[in-house]
Design a protein around this ligand. Structure first.
Ligand code: NAD
Ligand code: TYD
Length: 415
């Protein structure tokens, strides 16, 4: 068979690995269709909860169990639209638990047709302050999930994996939700799925380790696994630690907005509903063993994004403070999305609409983000920003920097 490379994980068409993977050999045809039972790890967070809401809202018979540790970033209120709708609630279960705990994971994987792993510590700045939890969840946690999938795959291959009613069950499909940050900073061009991984922050290193483990379990145990690498994601329900919600919520309060360095770092923005839809497409139609980039197609300088948020809220640029840069700050991320496009996917939310809708959501849902800005938040905020803000300077107005000419726009002109 053609062994997939760890950085790519793609099974070559026609290889024995593709033909005999868990999905087809053990299960007899595609099973992640309507009626499937999906275990969603980290489903109370920003992207995971969007995935759960959107998949269940299709009302196609899909059942979902969420396993979530409810860290500071997990909020069961994100799932209220599901839990308060009788039709959706009947197909939904919530379990509080840790993906690094086999006693929580094993029985849930045993009952699932597919596992989608969103669970992670997800904020780069926190990984710089203390990476411990990033590694436990991103390495040990992914290993625990993969071991459970391996056991279920072996049972399925032996014809011994069964539903409660005795029907035979195929092997579980596993999708690891990863990030463009595993490729490192991309000065020009765009990353492809087979590129060498070059993570530069502890967060990105933990995510890359997860990707490599998934590739290793594909090579070693021929599991039916997939990896998606999504771009910077934005939308409602994102924790206020991330750039867009931090800027929106601080602006609403008239508080200083910390802009790292020159603010000319570039990110490719992907709306959360597009990210969730792409993950679902890959889960249902992706080639076993493959990695899929999910670009947003909206590359912007941070200053540009900040200016657009302020314009939407009618707040002045003078709130923005230039603060000392994040150590090891990646300058730019960009990915090639050809492989995902070949599955028939394209992003559907224009950035201007998505950003306006997101800012409006934060304006309309103060109770949600004020609950997230609790005492623990105050502690984090002080550790992350007190010294930086004390050393801050006035941020040059957008367009005032020589380097800002390329691709930077005046406030209020978000496309
Ligand atoms: P988030 O921080 O909003 O949510 C993470 C969720 O995982 C929370 O509900 C948290 O309680 C849960 N969790 C954390 N550790 C856990 C553990 N050990 N066991 C069980 N649950 C645990 O994150 P997000 O922004 O929704 O990101 C979801 C996934 O997508 C992450 O894997 C992240 O690396 C990836 N990703 C995020 C972005 C982005 O821009 N936000 C972009 C690309 C990829
Ligand atoms: P972030 O939302 O943390 O995502 P990531 O670091 O994973 O890309 O940050 C997005 C960009 O915004 C990144 O270049 C860092 C920058 N940023 C600031 O300038 N100030 C801030 O307070 C934050 C949180 C981020």
């Amino acid at each position: 068979m053609t062994a997939p490379s760890p950085g790519d994980g793609r099974t070559e068409p026609g290889s024995s690995s593709g033909a005999t993977s868990g999905a087809s050999a053990a299960g007899g045809g595609p099973r992640i269709g309507p009626g499937a039972h999906i275990l969603v790890c980290g489903g109370a967070g920003f992207i995971g909860s969007c995935y759960v809401r959107d998949v269940l809202a299709r009302r196609d018979g899909t059942r979902i169990t969420v396993l979530d540790k409810l860290t500071y970033a997990g909020d069961r209120a994100n799932l209220a639209p599901v839990e308060t709708d009788p039709g959706m609630a009947a197909r939904f279960a919530f379990v509080v638990g840790d993906i690094a705990d086999p006693t929580a994971v094993d029985p849930l994987v045993a009952a699932a047709d597919a596992v989608v792993d969103f669970a992670a510590e997800s904020h780069v700045d926190r990984s710089i302050l203390d990476p411990s939890a990033f590694l436990v969840t991103g390495v040990v946690g992914v290993r625990v999930l993969l071991e459970a999938v391996r056991r279920q795959t072996e049972l399925a291959r032996a014809g011994e994996r069964r539903h409660a009613d005795g029907r035979q069950m195929g092997a579980p499909r596993f999708l690891q939700v990863s990030t463009d940050e595993v490729y490192g900073s991309v000065e020009e061009g765009s990353s492809r799925e087979g590129d060498v991984l070059a993570p530069r922050s502890p967060y990105a290193a933990a995510k890359a380790a997860g990707d490599l483990l998934v590739g290793a379990y594909r090579t070693t145990h021929d599991l039916d696994v997939l990896v998606t690498r999504g771009a910077n994601t934005y939308g409602p329900h994102q924790h206020p630690e991330k750039l867009i919600p931090l800027v929106a919520t601080n602006a609403i309060d008239g508080a200083p907005i910390p802009l790292y360095g020159d603010g000319l770092q570039r990110r490719d923005w992907l709306h959360v509903t597009d990210h969730a839809a792409a993950i679902d497409l890959v889960l249902r139609r992706g080639d076993p063993g493959a990695v899929y980039n999910i670009p947003g197609g909206n590359e912007r300088a941070n200053r540009e994004v900040v200016a657009a948020i302020l314009a939407r809220l009618g707040r002045p640029w003078s709130l923005v403070r230039s603060v000392p840069d994040r150590p090891g700050h990646d300058r730019r991320y960009a990915m090639d999305g050809g492989r995902l496009a070949a599955l028939g996917w394209r992003a559907s939310v224009p950035f201007a609409d998505g950003l306006a809708g997101t800012v409006d959501w934060y304006r309309a849902n103060e109770a949600w983000w004020r609950a997230a800005k609790d005492a623990a938040w105050d502690d984090y905020y002080a550790r992350q920003y007190a010294d930086r803000l004390a050393a801050s300077t006035e941020a040059p107005a957008p367009g005032a920097l020589a380097g800002g000419a390329a691709g930077e726009e005046a406030p209020g002109t978000a496309r």
